[in-house]
Design a protein around this ligand. Structure first.
Ligand code: S3P
Length: 430
């Protein structure tokens, strides 16, 4: 499917974005191993989270989808999952394969996990290594570094794991395995990654605590909960940035997740000069949320790196677009993780934004963007089957003269079903 957009006029709008992808995955998996029936509202019915639902059903969990965004999960308790009759297909979802690796490492049965071409290229050694230290029997292609992964669950030993990467997926795999280990399992990461797993496990009654960059878990039963998933700040980022780059535009995104491990994009847009207001802050299901309003005015380039990067790891493609529209130079450092996302996002965003005339270069660990050119020209872009690249190119199209077409844009459904319609509803096209 091609998605075609035109240059936008300033718009004023109040929108809701779909539920948070990370929290939606966690809610289904954790509810599945809790005792009792959990309800999940504002679940993200995107392809990735539906892959998690499909895999959990294959593992014997009854999941009722009352409406696209409302689920009832009949938890089977910590030891109630059943061997699937076939391999588990995670589609494009890194969260599903890495979390399930941790969860299945402690089950007394055999599982095979695989996914699409992108998943089969992405590094799995980062979860295999700690799980093996816990005593898991787990194998994969290319020296156990690539999917498909085969897992034969075994009795796990608790470990302390010093993770070399600030990755919530690695941390969560170890914590989920820790639910099945005989004693205290802990993970320390080099910088804070998103902490939704820790919060949700605590909400379901797990014996879990955090101390700085370390999360510590002990085995224990979980009990069913009612979960309300906040709006996904990574999806909202495309609309917040659309308002930020179009002077005079104004957007409010309601009920948006504002967990501080995810709000790097808000801080950066503000530092670049966007006017941002947050109202109705509250905490629901252990997660902060609020209504975020962005008003666009001229942006300035910025330098970012270090501990901020994990707090906006999925927003770097969209930030590259903001940087192209900002005056001056933007330098993004310490972002080498982007090379192993759904696509090599540093390469993809550089190649695609150049098509519009953006002065952008890939560096060893990030991007260098010289913004401020007054007019960019619409282009025909490739998505690399990566939802965030497809949406970043679309956004660049909104700020460029003429027409922009994004090829293979159906991948946007991975995280943001309804994206094109919401964009059309802004009514900003010239
Ligand atoms: C996710 C964690 C991040 C992020 C991904 C979702 C999660 O990956 O990029 O889109 O749900 O835990 P890493 O933790 O591997 O950086």
């Amino acid at each position: 499917m091609d998605l075609t957009v035109k240059k936008y006029k300033p718009f004023q709008s109040v929108i809701n974005v779909p539920g948070d992808k990370s929290i939606s995955h966690r809610s289904v998996m954790i509810a599945a191993i809790a005792n009792g029936v959990s309800t999940i509202d504002n679940f993200l019915p995107g392809d990735d989270c539906l892959s998690t639902v499909r895999c959990m059903r294959q593992l014997g969990v009854e999941i009722e989808q009352l409406s696209p965004a409302s689920l009832k999960v009949h938890g089977r308790g910590l030891h109630g999952l059943q061997e699937a009759g076939d391999y588990l297909d995670v589609g494009n979802s890194g969260t599903t394969i890495r979390f399930l690796s941790g969860l299945l490492a402690g089950q007394e049965f055999f599982s095979v996990l695989t996914g699409d071409a992108s998943i089969r290229r992405r590094p799995m050694g980062r979860v295999v290594t700690p799980l093996r230290q816990m005593g898991a029997q787990i194998w994969g292609r290319n020296g156990d570094r690539l999917a498909p992964l085969a897992i034969h669950g075994s009795r796990l030993q608790p470990i302390h794991y010093d993770s070399p990467v600030a990755s919530a997926q690695v941390k969560s795999a170890v914590l989920l395995a820790g639910l099945y280990a005989k004693g205290e399992t802990s993970v320390t990461e080099p910088a804070q990654s998103r902490d939704h797993t820790e919060r949700m496990l605590a909400g379901f009654g797990a014996d879990i605590r955090t101390d700085g960059l370390t999360a510590v878990i002990r085995p224990g039963e979980l009990s069913a909960q009612q979960v309300l998933v906040p709006g996904d700040i990574s999806s909202a980022a495309f609309f917040l940035t659309a308002a930020a780059i179009i002077p005079g535009a104004n957007i409010t995104v309601r009920k948006l997740g504002l967990n501080s491990t995810r709000t790097g994009i808000i801080e950066v847009l503000e530092a670049m000069g966007a006017i941002i207001e947050i109202n109705n802050r509250r905490t629901v299901s252990g997660e902060e949320l609020g209504d975020v309003t962005v008003t666009g005015q001229g942006l300035q380039g910025i330098e970012i790196g270090g501990e901020l990067i994990p707090r906006l790891i999925d927003e770097i493609p969209v930030l590259a677009v903001a940087a192209a529209l900002a005056e001056g130079q933007t330098i993004i450092r310490d972002a080498q993780e982007l090379k192993v996302k759904e696509s090599n996002r540093l390469e993809a965003v550089t190649y695609e934004l150049k098509r519009f005339g953006v002065d952008i270069n890939e560096t060893a660990d990030g991007l260098l963007i010289r913004g401020g050119r007054k007019q960019y020209t619409g282009a025909v872009c490739e998505s690399y089957h990566d939802h965030r690249i497809a949406m970043a190119c679309t956004l660049m199209g909104l700020a460029s003269v003429g027409e922009t077409t994004v090829r293979s844009a159906e991948c946007i459904n991975i995280s943001f079903p309804g994206f094109a319609q919401l964009l059309a509803d802004l009514g900003g096209g010239e």
